[in-house]
Design a protein around this ligand. Structure first.
Ligand SMILES: Nc1ncnc2c1ncn2[C@@H]1O[C@H](COP(=O)(O)OP(=O)(O)OP(=O)(O)O)[C@@H](O)[C@H]1O
Ligand SMILES: [Mg+2]
Length: 138
């Protein structure tokens, strides 16, 4: 392992920018392409947005955990919330499925996350929260 950062932050939208900048700073020594950084930031932004909007129903006083592991050949990231959880993960991962379609959500977050990562694991339990693990190869 080349590096590891573990963070806990409040479920506020402004923290998405904080995390995006932190990721950029953490990866810079590995000379990633702009495309790689942009794709990884996009995946992480979608996941954190989901934790805030769905997991915590936009409450700003909850906590999201994120662990980032840098390896020579890939980046692995966990994003964890202790929010409402997902009843049917397979259904939630389907393109265009959204429980907040009435709030201008398009149901494409998971599709985007899958598109820009090499592996995406989602484990969730109703009422307990959601664990997301992604891997992206350099
Ligand atoms: N962390 C989470 N906690 C609870 N439910 C979640 C979480 N992440 C996703 N979901 C559920 O999965 C559904 C699909 O998520 P996805 O990101 O694909 O779409 P969306 O967030 O509804 O829309 P978009 O991402 O396009 O704005 C959500 O509508 C929500 O019901
Ligand atoms: Mg989403």
């Amino acid at each position: 392992m080349e590096n590891e950062v573990r963070l806990t932050f409040l479920s506020k939208r402004c923290n998405i920018a904080v995390i995006r900048n932190m990721l950029g700073a953490m990866l810079v020594d590995n000379n990633p392409t702009i495309t790689f950084i942009n794709e990884l930031k996009t995946v992480v932004s979608e996941a954190i947005t989901n934790a805030i909007v769905h997991g915590y129903d936009n409450k700003e006083d909850k906590y999201i955990e994120m662990n980032v592991f840098l390896y020579a050949d890939c980046v692995k990231i966990d994003i964890i919330d202790k929010g409402c959880g997902i009843e049917d993960v397979a259904l939630a991962r389907e393109a265009l499925y959204s429980t907040k379609a009435d709030e201008e959500r398009s149901g494409l977050g998971f599709t985007i996350m899958e598109m820009f990562s090499d592996s995406l694991i989602v484990e969730s339990k109703k009422g307990e929260g959601t664990y997301l693990h992604l891997e992206k190869n350099w």
